[in-house]
Design a protein around this ligand. Structure first.
Ligand SMILES: *Cc1c(COP(=O)(O)O)cnc(C)c1O
Length: 244
């Protein structure tokens, strides 16, 4: 046990409170909190703040802008399991993998093209297979990335059968544009998992559901999420600079 000091970081305290809420939500859904990964999303936040959460013992972090990720990852410890959760252009796949050797998972694969680029980037760098999630647009908004729910089986099959350097690991969704996913979106992702697991002949516990963010992670866990992506509740509200 580590002793709490008088100078606890605000972000570290926020993390602890999130982990406690995760545990309670997991219990409500008759699961253990060890079955739910909390990915701390540090986008727009400084490396020093991420390090505070790391020093509190956390190891799962995520980013969603490639350039920011490439700047920050090398300044942080190598035993972080990084998740990339943003939109990825295929010409950036190799740069991302080369710049973040400890990239653990890409959660936002939404086309065969990006899957193929990631696959060949892994091969050319000779790194371990990369876990990927297929991103599904469950809210039907045109502004959202992700395949339609009706297309998730096809893309999951492609990853599993055609991309030998990728490890198909499940499905991800964001939900509504204001980041407040709704239960319908979570139900839709869960239904996608049922179909995908049937088509791929894999058990459901081998297909993760990445759903739930600051505003809705407890609901998402109650509905089966195995991976919640939490930014502002841990790191504080984001301030975006005015567009140049
Ligand atoms: C920013 C972001 C999050 C975290 O959002 P919060 O509401 O701040 O918790 C989660 N997922 C994705 C894809 C994001 O871009």
């Amino acid at each position: 046990m580590e002793m709490a000091t008088a100078m606890e970081s605000v972000a570290a305290n926020a993390l602890r409170s999130v982990l406690f809420r995760v545990q309670q939500a997991a219990e409500r859904s008759a699961r253990q909190s060890s079955q739910v990964r909390v990915v701390a999303i540090g986008k727009t936040k400084p490396v020093s703040l991420i390090k505070e959460v790391y020093d509190a013992g956390h190891r799962y972090f995520g980013e969603n802008y490639v350039q920011e990720f490439l700047d920050k990852a090398p300044q942080l410890p190598a035993d972080i399991q990084w998740h990339f959760v943003g939109h990825l252009q295929s010409n950036k796949a190799k740069t991302l993998l080369a710049g973040v050797p400890n990239l653990y998972m890409v959660e936002s694969v939404d086309s065969t093209k990006i899957a193929n680029h990631l696959d060949s980037a892994v091969a050319s760098l000779g790194r371990a297979p990369l876990k990927v999630l297929v991103q599904v647009n469950t809210s039907g908004e045109e502004s959202k990335y992700g395949v339609e729910p009706s297309e998730c089986v096809q893309l999951a099959k492609h990853v599993k059968h055609e991309c030998r350097n990728l490890e198909f690991s499940g499905l991800m969704t964001i939900g509504m544009l204001d980041y407040s996913s709704r239960p319908e979106n979570f139900e839709s992702l869960s239904a996608c998992r049922t179909e995908v697991c049937k088509a791929l002949e894999i058990p459901e516990d081998q297909c993760e559901l990445s759903m739930g963010m600051s505003g809705d992670f407890e609901k998402a866990i109650e509905m089966g999420s195995t991976n919640v992506r939490i930014g502002s509740t841990i790191f504080g509200a984001r301030e975006y600079p005015a567009k140049k």
